[in-house]
Design a binder for this molecule. Structure first.
Ligand SMILES: *Cc1c(COP(=O)(O)O)cnc(C)c1O
Length: 428
């Protein structure tokens, strides 16, 4: 039997959750030096974390990397934001990137953990920095495995024509994770920790940021109630981590191929008073069945209706929806839908281009009469909709003009080929 805190079989695990005691903490300088050593030195990086034994013999929750011994083919040059970033690696076929975790095992991830301070009220965050992507050793009684304290974010880092690595409105994601943590009774990672974690992850994986125009490095911040609990309650400790993967277009086919949506009239993804407005893990799998069925029938995704009247559109599985009526663009109001950063940005862009933009209940009957329909999200960027089916009824959409002009405006700002009047782009 392995001791609590030991590595999972086959890996050199690391204790990330030594009790938050001043004695158990390495000096900041030591921690930083250790982190740089991981970035620059390649193999053997695990040592940086195995510095301190648990401060007491009490049951400790431990989370560890399982892949320390794996060889690192790509060694980032530096983690410092002011220095040059590595060019794209030759290890990836950049022209055939899908939306998958094919390359994830070669990347680095950022980890931080939170435990309650001595006052029993304040969360104390301990940053472990960036280390090799690998398995987490987790207690079977971890809250997130039993009761679902698990929320995520999705963001993209892009390589600009000039070779900068940039993020799009990362503070918005930090705030959304904070709000989601509050909804789910979890310890919220402070905004500066969140941003540091994402930037450190991008910098450490610079070689996996695709060449300009070939995709993006998708970053996945994750907050887990990783501490053990048996009776229903919030976890006693939390893990915040950021992993990443280079990605191409989200839907099958090209980025701008119009997508086909199936209206779901039986199952719902969210209800008033529920958690539809948070990216909590539990929102996604309950609708996988209808999504998989729709995909088998040649659709790209499902369009959900409101749970109360089955009349108004809500959103698609992972993106928001807009309908265009002449000079007016309508998108469903917030409440049970996910408040997308792309949604918010597209509304600002559309207004700046002279469209009248309205957040309002949007009936499926009206969507089926719209001039144009499109979806927005970090993963999908902006996808024009070419066909929507509800029951026996189907509607083809020929126009993609408005969608295209907003797509150009959005990606122009995101990739720094156009001015950024809103100040949305952040350089890593
Ligand atoms: C993440 C997500 C979106 C899009 O949000 P962005 O911030 O634009 O990426 C929309 N709907 C759902 C259900 C999502 O999970």
């Amino acid at each position: 039997m392995r001791a609590r805190g030991a590595a999972p079989v086959g890996g050199r695990g690391v204790d990330l959750m030594a009790r938050a005691s001043p004695l158990a903490r390495p000096a900041v300088a030591t921690r930083r030096a250790a982190r740089v050593a991981v970035g620059a030195g390649g193999g053997g990086g695990g040592d940086r974390l195995g510095l301190e034994p648990p401060a007491c013999g009490a049951r400790e929750y431990c989370v560890g990397y399982g892949a320390m011994a794996r060889s690192r083919r790509v060694v980032p040059r530096a983690l410092d934001s002011s220095s040059m970033h590595a060019p794209p690696t030759d290890d990836v076929d950049w022209d055939n990137l899908g939306f998958s975790c094919e390359h994830v095992s070669k990347t680095m991830m950022f980890v931080a953990t939170a435990t309650l301070g001595a006052d029993g009220q304040t969360w104390e965050w301990k940053e472990e920095g960036v280390g090799p992507y690998g398995a987490l050793a987790m207690d079977p009684s971890a809250q997130c495995l039993n009761y679902g304290q698990s929320i995520f974010e999705g963001m993209k880092a892009q390589r600009t024509m000039e070779g900068n690595l940039v993020l799009f409105r990362p503070s918005e994601n930090a705030k959304r994770m904070r709000d989601g943590a509050a909804r789910m009774s979890m310890a919220p990672p402070p905004e500066d920790l969140f941003l540091r974690g994402v930037k450190a992850t991008v910098a450490a994986n610079a070689a996996f940021v695709p060449p300009n125009g070939k995709g993006a490095l998708y970053c996945r911040p994750l907050l887990l109630g990783s501490g053990p609990i048996l009776g229903l309650g919030p976890a006693p400790s939390y893990t915040f981590l950021v992993y990443c993967s280079p990605v191409g277009s989200y839907f099958k086919g090209g980025q701008l191929d119009p997508i086909r949506l199936k209206v779901e009239e039986v199952e719902h993804r969210a209800a008033p008073g529920g958690t539809g407005n948070t990216k909590c893990a539990g929102n996604y799998s309950p609708v996988l069945n209808v999504q998989l069925e729709a995909k088998q029938r040649g659709f790209n995704d499902v369009l959900y209706l409101d749970a109360v009247s089955n009349t108004y559109v809500e959103e698609v599985s992972s993106c928001n929806i807009f309908a265009v009526f002449g000079n007016k663009i309508v998108t469903p109001s917030l409440g049970t839908i996910l408040p997308g950063v792309t949604r918010k940005s597209i509304m600002d862009l559309a207004r700046s281009k002279g469209f009248e933009v309205e957040e309002a209940p949007l009936a499926i009957d009206d969507v089926l009469r719209a001039d144009e329909v499109f979806t927005t999200g970090t993963a999908v960027v902006l996808s024009p909709v070419g066909y929507i089916e509800r029951g026996e009824e189907g509607r083809e959409y020929q126009n993609t003009e408005v969608a295209m002009s907003l797509y150009e405006a959005l990606t122009g700002i995101q990739q720094q080929t156009m001015d950024d009047p809103f100040g949305w782009v952040v350089t890593v």
